[in-house]
Design a binder for this molecule. Structure first.
Ligand code: ADP
Length: 174
């Protein structure tokens, strides 16, 4: 069990970390869910302009923008897979989201980042399976990236937090 992993319940946009992760879409166009919340908190105009300049992001990849008005310095946008039954490469794509974000974070010198539950909302990925991939992949990356101080799994509700705690082999949300 890696003590650098924390499970936290609340709004990810309030976290003062080096970077928060956005569950974006391929157009980086903003939308509902956590993406919408991040756009509103960062400042829609600034973030949309930055995203437009990047142009887009493939599923399973990650790109970086400033955090603008967020307490977090930066936003790492990654595009999770849309669940289509699990036979269309969704697990590999979701795994790739976590590893690409971690790699980008290391490259930028970030020590503390926070993930939402990528693909677990509108994109319909079965939550337990998504959480198990998230935990596995982050734990695997942390073994290599010793410079990380903290990785937070930010959950919107307690039910989600319980799934992370279970996947981490822990009892209670912290
Ligand atoms: P996706 O399109 O990748 O499924 P969603 O934004 O629909 O992304 O949902 C991803 C997860 O983020 C869901 O578990 C949802 O409850 C959660 N979520 C939504 N808003 C926030 C927020 N402000 N902070 C943290 N988590 C959030």
């Amino acid at each position: 069990m890696d003590e650098r992993i924390q499970v936290w319940v609340g709004d990810i946009t309030t976290l003062k970390v080096d970077a928060i992760v956005n569950a974006a879409n391929r157009q980086l166009a903003g939308g509902g869910g956590v993406d919408g919340a991040i756009h509103r908190a960062a400042g829609v105009d600034d973030l949309q302009a930055a995203c437009r300049q990047i142009g887009g992001c493939a599923t399973g990849q990650a790109v970086l923008t400033p955090g603008f008005r967020l307490p977090a310095r930066a936003i790492i946008h990654t595009v999770g897979p849309i669940w289509q039954g699990g036979q269309q490469g969704e697990p590999e794509q979701l795994r790739s989201c976590y590893s690409e974000v971690m790699t980008l974070a290391v490259r930028e010198g970030f020590r503390c980042i926070a993930f939402p539950a990528i693909s677990c909302g509108v994109y319909g990925y079965p939550k337990e399976q998504a959480v198990s991939i998230a935990v596995e992949e982050v734990e695997r990356c942390l073994e290599t990236y010793l410079m990380f101080k903290k990785v937070i799994f930010a959950c919107f509700d307690q039910d989600m937090a319980r799934l992370y705690q279970a996947a981490l082999g822990r009892g209670q949300a912290t």
